[in-house]
Write a protein that binds this ligand. Sequence first.
Ligand SMILES: [Zn+2]
Length: 92
Amino acid sequence: MRPLVRRTYIEKEYKYHCLSCKYWEWAPADVVDEFADMDDFCEEEYSKDDNSKRMGMPIMVCPSCDADLYYAGEKKEEEHSCLETQDDCTPF
Ligand SMILES: [Zn+2]
């Protein structure tokens, strides 16, 4: 058996909320980054109103009512650790 190595990593999440149905969630940073990448191609599609509400963050879609999901101005970072062999990483 290969020895296991404990590795720690930081998981970043952003709080997103829906202004119409009050749904909110913690969105993982890598998901938000994907939306941000798409925004680079359609920057001009945001209205001035949208731009003031999104606080520099991408706008996502509410999974509950399909309205715009906005960054709520909060983020958190959590430290996780996992045991790892060569390529495997099992959440601990
Ligand atoms: Zn909603």
